[in-house]
Design a protein around this ligand. Sequence first.
Ligand code: FAD
Length: 444
Amino acid sequence: MPDPRPDFPPTRAAGLAALAAFVPRAGRDYAALRNLDLPGHPHVSRLSPYLRHRLVTEAEVLAAVLARHSAADAGKFVEEVFWRTYWKGWLELRPAVWEDYRAGLRAALNRVQTEAGLRRAWEAACRGETGIDGFDGWARELAATGYLHNHARMWFASIWIFTLRLPWELGADFFLRHLLDGDPASNTLSWRWVAGLHTRGKTYLATAGNIARFTAGRARPSGLAAAAPALEGPPPPPPGPAPAGDAWAPAPGTGLLLTEDDLAPDFLLDAGLAPAATAVLLGHRGRSPLAVAEPVAAFTEAAAADCARRLGPRLGPVAGPFDSPAAVAAWARSAGLRRVVMPWAPAGPAATLAAGAARALAAERIALSRALRPFDAAAWPLATHGFFRFREAIPGLLARLGRAPDGAGGPCPGPSLPEISSGGVPAPRGRGADGPPPRPPLRW
Ligand SMILES: Cc1cc2nc3c(=O)[nH]c(=O)nc-3n(C[C@H](O)[C@H](O)[C@H](O)COP(=O)(O)OP(=O)(O)OC[C@H]3O[C@@H](n4cnc5c(N)ncnc54)[C@H](O)[C@@H]3O)c2cc1C
């Protein structure tokens, strides 16, 4: 039986245990049942808080699932894991979309200050006091557990935008303040997708029949919007260049900087980084201009502490968590560092802090190198168009994953990445297949 508790212990061990418990259900069961939103969420993995912070990596999840199921049986689950990768890549190629969201949110929060009706409606929605069956329960479930099923997120966003007619940015902000997995890319772009701002003109309409069916009759809302006209907005910008990552090489006097975006710096350590000291810089309190929910802060801070505990002496003395660039510069100066290396932070609050840290460190003549994980370097440049084009590259990415860490994870992963075959053989290691044993995917 799946664990019905909604809690998410903030450790890698708990993430790995959740993965091990879910693997048997990641095949055809998942494909058939994943859209059901049932108590305890028995048909989905609930791995997102771990994946979002890379307590467990995408590569590890994919390797574990494909060691148990054939690529065909696990195809749906594999695709869903790659949705996270795709959204991250899409936003990395268009970081202005994150800044536009932040500007839209500031404008909406200003309106909340001056429009009493809007303020009341917004507060009622966040508290789960709209009277809309289902919606109110999801608002409370989110606040209580820090998690919502994907289908509930879609229904919630659709009702927020098209029935309650609230600004979408306020809904995305409500999610980011409460979701343990709150993620600038997946969250912003999913809300934009529901609103019709992502695929121009295509929206998502929540219907009472669909909700009743996939909640097994637990929610039977009435009065939902009958149509979902796309919101007005400029078209998404064209893709810019993919981030190349900064070159680095192992050298004495190097520090490691960790953020909540990647708590598996093993790919750097295995490539020869031997940090003289490590600091933790956390941006979770910058997810919103409003206060983030305490469980989000507790999860993020404990997850970072778990990473430091796990890697122990490999990190040298660990300082932080810091929440300002100035604190990072002061740490690096007092540790006598000459350079600092960090896993790449994608668009979001940690990346904003890291950019500030790069400037503050430069003033101390200390260089900050942002190193791209091979998995991201391989996948993100492919997020130029829609998911369906990206999906065609998944077999090639999986073939590379099967070969990892050959040629991957070394220093200087910069621009000259090996080419990725797009039509490669799907996933190695189907059930009973002869193949190389799984390799340590933390490097990928
Ligand atoms: C409006 C809206 C907002 C969202 N906000 C976030 C967010 O802030 N952070 C976040 O991690 N996900 C977000 N998602 C995506 C998705 O809902 C969650 O990743 C998923 O529900 C997590 O639950 P799970 O781990 O049990 O998923 P599973 O169904 O078990 O999927 C396995 C993994 O695949 C990935 N995945 C699955 N579905 C999606 C998806 N639609 N988009 C991206 N990745 C996916 C996740 O990493 C997930 O852990 C949002 C979706 C919507 C519709």
